[in-house]
Design a protein around this ligand. Structure first.
Ligand code: ADP
Length: 261
């Protein structure tokens, strides 16, 4: 893996929301691909035992003999786990279901909350962005992600109870900030699965914007079938359907993300 040419500081961003199905993996895969389209070298760390970011790039989980679990529990260096994806400047550290065991096994290890941070450190400077796709819980894996990241990107689905659980998430962030990672900030909040035809979606947008203010990205990620189909082809939307509104939205989000860096 060659050093990125841009020479900018690496941004480590945890994509987090303890609710499942809000668009974390979809955002991780497609934001990584969009950032790469804009010339940014990106490492995606799949930190969700479901491994949807891994399969989203067409990587066959059954064929992997190592994953992020081995780095966390067996000290395998991250450099041994990084795989080039089918998108030019996107690299991934994959996850398999094996990672599910880490939540419990980590408890008895030394420096259990900073394992991910330690394993990213030696490869960090090779990338412009490192995105961490977090699991849908606030357990030890998520604490590791919050300890390793400089900031969090929170996807919020335009659905009933959109903000439910957000207070809990902010409390966890505060706890990590106080004890392990004083510089942790919110990078941004992105609204996902937006359907402009429903008044509910528009209400949620209003609600989230009044709660998070300028932290909310202007880009709204639309609900579109192409975004849900792309993973079954193992492709990000920018390759699968580059002219689709979902692809344009993730490109627009990438632009905002780069601007905030
Ligand atoms: P999470 O990682 O938070 O569990 P996912 O990204 O896996 O959420 O999304 C949950 C489901 O919703 C998946 O089936 C995904 O394909 C679908 N999905 C996510 N974003 C969109 C979107 N913008 N439009 C249509 N379907 C979407």
């Amino acid at each position: 893996v060659k050093r990125s040419k841009s020479g900018k500081n690496t941004r480590i961003i945890a994509i987090i929301n303890q609710k499942g199905g809000v668009g974390k993996s979809t955002t991780a895969v497609n934001l990584a691909a969009a950032l790469s389209e804009m010339g940014r070298k990106t490492l995606l760390i799949d930190f969700d035992p479901q491994g949807n970011s891994t399969s989203g790039f067409g990587i066959e989980k059954e064929e992997l003999d190592q994953c992020i679990y081995d780095a966390l529990l067996h000290n395998t260096p991250a450099s041994d786990l990084i795989i080039q994806t089918n998108s030019k400047r996107v690299f991934i550290v994959p996850a398999t279901i094996q990672l599910a065991g880490a939540e419990i096994e980590l408890v008895s290890t030394m420096a259990r909350e900073t394992r991910l941070k330690e394993l990213i450190a030696p490869v960090k400077h090779e990338f412009d962005f490192i995105l961490i796709d977090c699991p849908p819980s606030l357990g030890l894996l998520t604490i590791n992600a919050l300890a390793a990241a400089d900031s969090v990107l929170i996807p919020i689905q335009c659905e009933y109870y959109a903000l439910e659980g957000v207070t809990k998430l902010l409390e966890s962030m505060k706890m990590v900030k106080g004890r392990i990672n004083t510089n942790l900030t919110i990078y941004g909040v992105v609204l996902t699965m937006y359907d402009s035809r429903t008044s509910l979606a528009n209400q949620v947008v209003e609600e989230v914007r009044s709660f998070f203010g300028a932290e909310t990205f202007k880009t709204l990620i639309p609900r579109t079938v192409k975004l849900s189909e792309a993973p079954s082809y193992g492709l990000p939307i920018t390759t699968y359907a580059p002219n689709n509104k979902g692809s344009k939205a993730y490109m627009s989000l990438a632009k905002e993300v780069i601007k905030r860096a």
